[in-house]
Write a protein that binds this ligand. Sequence first.
Ligand code: MOS
Length: 731
Amino acid sequence: MADAALNTGRPLLRVDGPLKVTGGAKYAAEYDAPDLVHGVIVPSSIARGRIVSVDTRAAQAFPGVLKIFTHENRPWGAHFSVFFKDPMGPPGKPFRPLLDGQVHFSGQPVALIVAESFEAARDAAALVRVSYHTEAHKTDLEKEAVHAYTPPKTRLGVPPTPKPTGDADRAFASSPVKVEATYRTSPENHHPMELFASTVVWGADKTITVYDKTQSPKSVQIYLKAAFLLFGRRVRVVSPYVGGAFGLGLRPQQSVFLAMLAAKALKRSVRVVIPRDQMYTLGYRANAIQTVSLGADEDGHLHALKQEAIAATSQYEDAQDPMLFFSGLLYGCENVKLAYKLAKLDTISPCDMRAPGAATGMFALESAMDELAYATGRDPLDLRLENYIDYDQMEHRKMSSKALRDCYTQGADKFGWSARTAAPRSMRDGRDLIGWGMATGIWDAALSPLPARATVTLTADNRLEVTTSVTDIGTGTYTILSQLAADAMQFPMDRVTTRLGDSSLPYNPTQGGSWTASTAGSAVQAACEKLKDKLLKHSHRTDQASLTSDPSVEFVTLLNVAGKARMEATATITNLPFGKKFTSATHSAVFVEVRIDEELGAIRVTRVVSAIAAGRILNPLTAQSQIRGAAIMAIGKALHEDAASDHNLGRCMAHSFADYHIPSNADVFDLEVIFVKELDTEVSPIGTKGLGEIGSVAVAPAIANAVFHATGYRVRELPITIDRLLPGLPL
Ligand code: MOS
């Protein structure tokens, strides 16, 4: 009998790799249709006010232009905003493009030009003249922070900020050592390689096929049906390949809304692509101002932990993420007080972005912990070990697993942390100041908040097919689901096919939250078990162990005996929110080396060691890529990415990668990944805890801490650009 774990746990290459590198994998904007027309968005140039008039005459006369949609002539869809709700949307009224003449943010679509070619639509868009009644806008979080409020309603899937424990104010006041500081993080934009795009194919037979860039074809399908009252039609949303998505694709985007609006009105196929320059006004990681207060003994033992965050949101929604949710989980402390607040700005709603909230909240907390290490003369790693806890002190529950201690020791060992000299500016190599910093990371480990299904089908030609509607956004979902099915059915990998990213497949809501491997994987495994039972029943056998020869062959024989060409089984995985006995999280310890040219102030992150505890690792190769990619994103957060607004204009100053900097190959050096052994039987039936986000959380604070170690100068604002570091350099 074949080894039960022949494929899982092995570093197998991506099953979708060949298609991707040969151009065989098609993306949303690559699908064609007969008589396809192209829509281009005209964005608003003001951040707040009202449209007085839209002069479309010159654009309308442009050769190839078919139709120009504005708020004045747009077709009616559903009336009430409740029909535009999507499962991942925050409380509030979702933005509805072209609804009326109100302008809520700069870059808001004010017209859609539809033309026979993309070029015609683009050129005509430049001829549209919009006049506005402009109102004063507010885009500066520094100014609006005084109006911060606690969000009255929480968002589905986002755990509420824990209630205070003990008396943190008093404990802080009486602590012998106090660290209190305010940290700022800039907004960041999403820039996956693939632009947001939709190709809506209008079928004559009441079928509408939507090729969309999304993390959730199911959400988009439900949204489109409700928003456009398409209940009499078959709407199928297809996204088999997604060229990167880090949270912006959790919600239906303007591209799919506008493409459907035009397609329905014109009764023909329409494509809308959001060009790179418009990605700067399509959602952002909320910028935040956070104050952390740590009170401790002289030896660094914590007595008080306070953290307040004020994060940006739009005027129309209370965007939320778990910014402070994890802050009470890492270190033993009897007095914890967390306050998560929002401040309204005249911007589009902030959106999720890899490790939403945690990456921001942990930057502040882990910077403050580093400050406490220096204030108490403790090594930053020793300080964390001093305050280590292995239970959830906020909810008084056990952790389902927590191998963070192993992350600390194995990461430190690999990095060579013990060779670090404590004093800032004490390590140097020629002109380079060397800094070694570390930080702790934590992220949710859970199943999807919505139930998910998967189907496994055995066919008489001795093949196995796995289907579920969720997308693979580059995470390796195709590969790990094939691995799991192959092992569960004891099939060779090359006879397993996984189909994903299609709303017509079994319901599985959203790729995100680091829950997809656990959710979809558990559903696939359960479906395989069901299928095996079904097959054995047909052969009047009860025991799987009675299979002696090659099971894959024997299953097909059973299929033939039963006189069937195919047999399938579907399983549903649910995540009940109540009655949980455990708190679950993934953890990381990240160690970083920076080299800073003392004369130029240029910072290079020359080494990163990420030690990760995330339960069972299904595929070390795709898993490692997740952690490396996340680390690179975090280098961007720490050193480069700043979607700063020009507050006079109320809009993001960047329009291209010339002025919005992200890490390039030259900015990326050694990225080492360690997966520590961790057994978890609570998070998911398959033992996984999720990997997409944890790789990102601790890297930015570790870099910031390394910059302090290198220079002795604490930059409390991300990104750490040269201008912010300058006061710390002896020029
Ligand atoms: Mo993730 S921010 O759930 O794509």
